[in-house]
Each structure stands twice: as C-alpha cells, then as structure tokens.
Write a protein of this length. Sequence first.
Length: 190
Amino acid sequence: MSLAFRDVACVRGGRMLFSSVSFDLAPGDAAVVTGANGIGKSSLIRIAAGLLAPFEGAVTCDADRALLTEASALDTDRTLVAALHFWASLDRAPDPEARVAHALQALDLEALADIPVRLLSTGQRRRAAIARIAASEAPVWLLDEPANGLDTASVTRLEALIARHRAGGGIALVATHLPLSLPGAQEIGL
C-alpha cells in the first residue's frame, strides 16, 4: 500500500498554485501539508483523492481512501448514528455497526448518537465528520483542515486517532494551518 506524488503541479482558475510536488507515503507514514490560505493545500488533498486531476505529474494510490473536507458529508436530518451508518454500510470493511460504535467512542460522541446531525455544534459536527473517516477503516486518510472548529481536548483525540491509524499501518495526508502533533510526519510546504 502506498500513496505517491511525482512532480505534481496544480492550476486553478488559470493560476499555478504549486508545481514539482513529490513524495511517497508507505504504511505508517504521514505527511502534513502547510502553507498560507489559498496556496493549494485543499487542492493537493483533492488531487490525492482523485477528485481533481493534476496539471502535470502523476499520483498513484493502491488502497481505499477516505476524504475529510470542509463539508461533513453527513445527512443533517438523520441522527448521528444513522448518518454514520449510512456511509459505513457503503464501505468495503465488514461490520458497519461495530465500526460506527468504535468511531463514536474514539471521538467522544456516544452521548450524541441519537441527536440529529443538524443540532450538533460546529465542533461536534467536525468530530462527527472525523468519525465517518475512522468508521470507514480505509487505509489512506486524506484530511483537509481536520482540526478546524475543535477544542483542545478534541484536537488531542484527533492526534491519538491518527496515531492509532498509523500504528495499524494506515497512511495519513493532512492539510492544516493549525498545529497538530504527528510525530515523524513529512512536511510538504507549499
């Protein structure tokens, strides 16, 4: 399993955001994409997800990917547990109920399981979106600004969740402008 960029360039709106980006991530690896607002961090994550074609270069990934963006991708009319179960049932991993239960526990959301997503606070919705990623059990996590809206305790939970994912052989590519503790992560400065 791996995620690799080879001399990748990105053009958006007729403007070159970045060029010549190359890196390799293997099981247990992480990379942190940093840079000013508008520099292309989210675009790099979207290229890694296969949602945006690189202007130049190539991206290879031989494993399932889970993508966290600004939008939670959760049905706001469903309860949190039902919204997470919807996505977990689409994933290849077995036992969606157990995966959702584990993700709710890991992100301290168990008490909110029966609350409609629309009633969750900003931080709770962000943790719910992260729970969707965790419940997927995808080997490659693509996280765009995962700490936005999180309090200190939730950032600590996020860091621990990413560490467990990596310890289990997972890969994490994280775009952020907020400090996150990801020991041994490559830095990709844009």
